[in-house]
Each structure stands twice: as C-alpha cells, then as structure tokens.
Design a protein around this ligand. Sequence first.
Ligand code: CAA
Length: 455
Amino acid sequence: MTEVGIDAIEIWTGKLKLDLPNTFAPAKGEDPEKYTKGLGLNASSFPDTYEDIVTMGANAAHRLMEHEGLEPEDIGRIDVATESSFDNSKPVSTYIAGCLEGVYDGKFSHANKGERKFACVAGTQSIDDAYNWIKAGRNRGRSALVIATDTALYARNDPGEATQGAGAVAMLISEDPELVSLSTEQGYGSADETDFLKPNQQFPSVDGKRSVQVYLARMREALEDFEGVAGRARTEDFAYIPFHTPFPGMVRKAALFGYRRMIRDTQQEEELADEIGRQPREEAFGVSGQGPESSGTESHADEEAYEEALNEYMDGLKRTDAYQEWYGRVIDPTLTISREVGNWYTGSVHLARTSALRTAFEEDRDLAGERLLVGSYGSGAQAEIHAETVQDTWERKIADLTIDQQIEDRYDLSYEEYERVHDVHNHDIESDLDQGEIEQFTDPHGEFVFDGWGR
Ligand code: CAA
C-alpha cells in the first residue's frame, strides 16, 4: 500500500527577537532564570511590522515550493492551520494562495482551500485531513500544502507574555514521502475545556496554571487511546518524542508523565521504585486526585495526600540516571528551536519534530526506519498522539533548512521597541501603522510583506 506522509518542510520565523533573560526579565523585575530555567526559554520570535500570518505562511510555502521545484498545478489542496485568523469568512489559505499566484505563472484554481481551527492541534489535524484525502484516492497525484502560521501574542503583563512567538511552518504531504510516513497508529484525548479562549478577541484569556494540568490530562488520555490501537508504547520504541511546546518547561512535565506510563509494570519500574524508595502504583498513593491522573471525585484531603505522594514519586523518578539519560536522548533534542523562538501555536509541534531531525542530522545519526511518537495538543482541549516512521531519504530534506541562520539574523529588540511593535500588532489600539507611518526594524528581501492590503 502507498505510504503517505510529510515529504518536505520549511520554516519562516518572525524577524524580531525578544530576549527574555536580558531584555524582558529586567523590565519585569523578574529573575532571568525564571525564563531560562523555569520556562526553558531564551527568546521569542516576534513579527516585524510588515509581517503577519499571511506573509509568514506565504514566505514559508514559497520557500518550500522553490526548494522542491513545485508549480501550483502540483498542489491539489492548501490547508492553513491558525489560531490568529483575522477573517471569519474567507480562509487564510486564499490570501496565501493569492500571494503565491503573484510569483508563479500558474494558478491554484483547482486546489481545495480551507482553514483549520482547534488551537495548536490544528496543524496536525490539517496533516490528518491531507493524509485522508490522499488515502481516499482523491488527490489525482497531487500533493497537499499544509501551513501552520501564528502570531502567538498575549496582552502585556499577562503571564503568557513570556511565552509569545511568531512564525510559520509549511509542510508538503504526499504519496511516497521523503521525510516521514504516517500510519493509522493514532490516539485522542478530548474534552470541552475553558482554560484558554479567544472569543472574538485578539489576545487570549488564559488560566495558565490550569492550562498546564489540562494539557497533561488530555495527553495522558491520548497516549492511552494510542496504545489501544498501536499496543504498548515503550521507552525504547521511539528515537524522539516531539511534543507541542508552548515552552520547554511544559514538555519537561509531559515527558515525565509519559515516561512513567511507558515503564509501568516492568522490571525497570521495580528497580527505579527501589532507588526512589516509593512505589509508583495508584494504590501506593491512596486515591487519585485532581492531578493529571485524576478521577476527579475525591475529597480535598484525599486529593492533597495523593498530590503529595505523586509529586514525591515523580521528583524521585526525574532524578534517576535512567530517566535523565532517556530525556537527554529522546526529548531534549526536540526543544532546541523552541528555546530560541517561543510558542508558535499550530507550528510548535512541527518545530519540535524538525528540531529533533536536525539534531540527528548534525550528529550524523542514521535515523532511517526509526520511529517518532508525536504528541500534539490544542487548548479547548484535544491531544493527539501518533507514530511516524523516518524515511531513507530524510537527510536530504533536512540538510538545507536555514532556521539557524534565520534565528541568528533576527533584530534584537529593546524593551521600548518591543512595546511599540506589540502595539502595532494590537488590533484594539490605534498605532503608527494605522496612520501610515510604518516603523520597521528589518529590511525585507525578496519576500511577501504586509503593506496594508497589497501584500
Ligand atoms: N529560577 C528557576 N525557576 C523558576 C524561577 C527562578 N528564579 N522562578 C520561577 N521558576 C519556575 C517555577 O517554579 C515554574 O516551574 P514549575 O512549573 O516547574 O514549578 C516556572 O518557572 C514558571 O514559573 P511560574 O509558574 O511562577 O510562572 P507564571 O505563573 O508567571 O507563568 C504560565 C507560567 C502559567 C505557564 C504562563 O507562562 C502562561 O500562562 N502561559 C500561557 C499558557 C500556556 O502556555 N499554557 C501551557 C499549556 S496550554 C498549551 O499548551 C496551549 C498553548 O500553546 C497556549
């Protein structure tokens, strides 16, 4: 049967940089290590005043089409995943197709275009849609272009402000893919949640602490559901586990819970329990409480006892050599790009995958045939866990990525400049941009730019 998966990938980062320890922390009167060690972030990417979700998405897609030698007639579908959309009717993919048609002779008139929304998981859902379209035999030999593009901005002084980011990831979904193939091994964890919302507003309303718990709970359910399809997931089964990364500290938590589940009922669990001096099984904690493994029905005192026991066991597990080795090999390489660019919402998990593959490439590691376990997540809330297999030709698709150079080339904003550019992107206030005085911090070169309406 024909394999379907990701054939090629391109990344476009917002051109500005907000340095968290050196610029943001002093302005906020915070310890820089809150950001570097606590959240695990060095910097956020920020859009220059001539960038938005359309220009970043179109630039990533254009670069991908050029690299792959594609013409519009090769693309049968353009799906944009975003939670930063500005139009409740016309999908962002039509704006992006319009930009691209300005530089190609052909048109995308035959291509089905849409916009996917389910917070950050929408990028993966768009890949799933493209996979199903190709598997159903409706693609007539054409590929799908999936573009995850976001300006992940928070209101100033919101706790989420430290986790902002902006950029786009363009992916080509094709038959006989050259990067990774997808399979039917997939699981979901989904519930109606209200911890992160944007009802007709630009900046999200977030209950940050609860959002972390909801992420962990849905991810646990998705792993259980995945195991129902694919069988037991074990620590040694996957070369890398890229997670949705709002900030690397979130992934540190998710990875620990995932590891705990993957070693359950094994000799390794017994050995680690001896080392820690505490049994990991539910009965050893008394009852389950409101944590990520909650049944949600217990008394407050029981919940506290459970949380304490769980935290003690998890802290011990985190310090074991076995966990540290696994984390350093399987998880840490997925975080290198994210540490420098922050949260890209729909693109975030796809940055994590790219980050891992790029590390393997730099280390000259033979990854062909190895498996990845990909944990996507969107607030509201839904997690999806699926498996991918790295293809023989993967190195060719990673070798030319320019993300390191793009990160290096960003303009480093002062705090005052950051405030000005944040205001320009704030639709609720009148900015210099509205008055036609466009202050820009970098110079565009051969790329799509926002100049009002004529990108
Ligand atoms: N040195 C070292 N570590 C420090 C420190 C210091 N000086 N000061 C604080 N820390 C640690 C804290 O202990 C904490 O770590 P733990 O969680 O492991 O305990 C970490 O740094 C963050 O500190 P706080 O919890 O005090 O930070 P905060 O309350 O100001 O904000 C946040 C944290 C709630 C996550 C906030 O950034 C936020 O609201 N972010 C947006 C929401 C979000 O990203 N949620 C993630 C799940 S939802 C999702 O994934 C969807 C999505 O993309 C948004």
